[in-house]
Design a protein around this ligand. Sequence first.
Ligand code: NDP
Length: 448
Amino acid sequence: MNFTNKYLSELMERVIARNPGEKEFHQAVREVLESLEPVVEKHPEYVEKGVLESIVEPERIIKFRVPWVDDSGTVRVNRGFRVQFNSAIGPYKGGLRFHPSVYEGIIKFLGFEQIFKNSLTGLPIGGGKGGSDFDPKGKSDMEVMRFCQSFMTELAKHIGSYTDIPAGDIGVGGREIGYLFGQYKRIINKFSGVLTGKGLEYGGSLARTEATGFGLCYFTDAMLRAHNDSFVGKTIVVSGSGNVAIYATQKATELGGKVVALSDSNGYIYDKNGVDLALVKQLKEVERKRIKEYLNVHPEAEYHEGCKGIWTIKCDIALPCATQNEIDKESADILVANGCKAVAEGANMPSTPEAIETFLANGILFGPAKAANAGGVATSALEMSQNSIRGSWTFEEVDARLKEIMENIYANASSAAEEYGLKGNLVAGANIAGFIKVANAMLEQGIV
Ligand code: NDP
């Protein structure tokens, strides 16, 4: 789609010129600005008061050296980032990603998305994101610990429980959060809820580990139910086999579906009997092994090298839970041809713009990431609440709140789409609903 609104078109050009080479960031901004065309027609004040101009510019970018020593005694140097994008409705909140592909453009795209996602949760959290090009894969626990300690030694100066509260993302799970928290506490000499996704022994919330995957399924279930359908009896393909994929598989199965495929960055498994989730958890969460090891226990399953082939498996529901741009137009065409009815994004921006167009044009129910995967950050905000009251809620209590939040997100995105003449388009609905709250807060706070 091209812009019909001249201001938005020029703003997009300025974003590209100001952030050269950051293609993921451009993609994320373009999608939001395109959705906002009907909003700026109705509310010219967002243009006149510079809200749009400001919202595409991070409030602060922190970029730093992360030196550490590997097990052989060699000094290694990585690069760390924290993009504090928008604090209009609350302190910056968003995960840390440790992956070799990380550079400023990836963190900006994720931070930008986070603004609207966090707004959609209805909780008082602003948008931020961080990370490093460090690859935890193949590193010893001690190497990961030394890296995390060095990373936090700089990051600690910029975060705080009322300033910026990081969490996990790709490559940052419970182990990394533990090392980061330990170092923060040592530097600041304060036990505070500065990170979420903490261990249950030191301030973590029950159901946080499960939250993004569970939330994705609660959202998808709400979307299906609104169309008189459900997970029951459905064949499901889930990409990835990390935190989001594992708990999406668990909840989709509990809701009556059968997950037949999972992947990692090397390849994918297909088990027509339904994947053995206990085995996947053991391989991925405990042993940190590759997904192909699944066949050692289930030789009747198939393993294929490469990630893209997973979308050629016939399914009713696709849940991409690995990484950005993992479904391109070709894969989207195959999903449509194979009769897929619904796609909901567990990963951030896993579908290319052309893939999304294909889904929408073919009447596929499509749940965009910033709505569908908001359960993780929502539960992180619930962890912050529990830390503030120095208490903890039961698993059932947190899970019930998560479910309610996801159902509200579906309802709000759906009604925003309808209000702006785009009924059924949850991409536009989520962008609009997320934007309006932040934009109004920015207007009320003046030019800051
Ligand atoms: P994990 O690190 O736990 O798992 C990531 C999974 O995706 C792994 O199976 C990994 O394979 C695979 N993967 C990563 N990069 C690539 C790649 N370039 N190509 C193919 N596969 C890849 O991360 P999460 O499960 O936490 O995150 C997955 C997605 O969900 C990300 O987009 C993240 O931003 C998003 N998300 C996560 C939230 C959370 O609470 N954790 C919240 C909201 C969104 P391998 O092991 O081989 O690298």
